[in-house]
Write a protein that binds this ligand. Structure first.
Ligand code: AMP
Length: 208
C-alpha cells in the first residue's frame, strides 16, 4: 500500500505515519527526517540546505525529488510506504505521479493555524538529553529546566513562533493546492486533526 500523508507541520502527520507504518509493516518515509539526516552527517546536500531548513522554507525540488526517487526503490519499499512531507507543492505532486508506481491513497490531516501555533510554539527541548516539553500540555516542574537531567531548555529554531507562522504561510501558498489536485483524481480522504493521536488513528483506520 502506497500512501501519502498531507497536512501542515504540527497536525500530527509524523505520529500517524509511525502508527500506519506499524499497522501495515511498511516504511515511514519522512523527507524532513531524510534532510535532517543529511545536515547531521554534514553531507554536500546537508551543507547546502541547512540555512533553508532553519527558516522553514522549502528545499529545492530537484534535491527532494531525487532523494524520494532513490528511497522508494529500496527493498523495504516493495510492499509499500508512507510518504510524510512529500509532495510539498504542485510540481512535486506532478513528479510523484510520473514515478514508476501508483499511489493508493492520500490522507490529509486538517488543523486550524491557531491550534498549530499553540502546539508548536510552546515546545521546549533539552539540548543534552533531547527530552521534549510543552508549556501548556507537558510542563516541567521547574520553569525552563529539564526534569530528566537538569539542563536549561532551549526552543528549537523551527519551533519558534515566527518560524511556525512562516511555515504555515508556505503550507497555505504552496502545499494546499495539492489537495485539490489529488481530490481531482479521487485519491483524497480528509481527516480532522483535532483530538488525541488515538482518535485520529481510529478515523484513519476507518478509511481502509
Ligand atoms: P518536516 O519535518 O516535514 O516539517 O520538514 C522540515 C523541513 O524540511 C521543511 O520546513 C522544509 O525546509 C524541508 N522539507 C521537507 N520536505 C520537503 C519537501 N518535500 N520539499 C521541500 N522541502 C522539504
Amino acid at each position: 500500500m502506497k500512501l501519502v500523508l498531507l497536512g501542515p507541520s504540527g497536525a500530527g502527520k509524523g505520529t500517524q505515519a509511525k502508527f500506519l507504518s506499524k499497522a501495515y509493516d511498511i516504511p515511514h518515509i519522512s523527507t524532513g527526517d531524510i534532510l535532517r539526516g543529511h545536515i547531521a552527517r554534514s553531507t554536500e546536500i546537508g551543507l547546502q540546505i541547512e540555512h533553508i531548513m532553519d527558516t522553514g522554507k522549502l528545499v529545492p525540488d530537484e534535491i527532494v525529488i531525487e532523494l524520494v526517487r532513490e528511497r522508494v526503490i529500496e527493498p523495504d519499499c516493495a510492499k509499500g510506504f508512507i510518504l510524510d512531507g512529500f509532495p510539498r507543492n504542485l510540481y512535486q505532486a506532478k513528479e510523484l505521479c510520473t514515478m514508476d508506481f501508483e499511489i493508493d491513497k492520500v490522507i490529509c490531516i486538517r488543523l486550524d493555524d491557531e491550534v498549530i501555533i499553540k502546539r508548536m510554539s510552546g515546545r521546549f527541548t533539552c539540548p543534552e538529553c533531547n527530552s521534549v516539553y510543552h508549556t501548556d500540555y507537558y510542563p516541567t516542574k521547574e520553569k525552563g529546566i529539564c526534569d530528566a537531567c537538569g539542563s536549561a531548555l532551549i526552543q528549537r529554531e523551527d519551533d519558534k513562533e515566527a518560524t511556525v507562522v512562516n511555515r504555515l504561510k508556505i503550507y497555505h501558498d504552496m502545499t494546499e493546492p495539492i489537495i485539490a489536485f489529488f481530490s481531482g483524481v479521487h485519491l483524497l480522504s480528509e481527516i480532522d486533526g483535532l483530538g488525541t493521536a488515538e482518535e485520529i488513528s481510529a478515523q484513519i483506520m476507518n478509511l481502509f
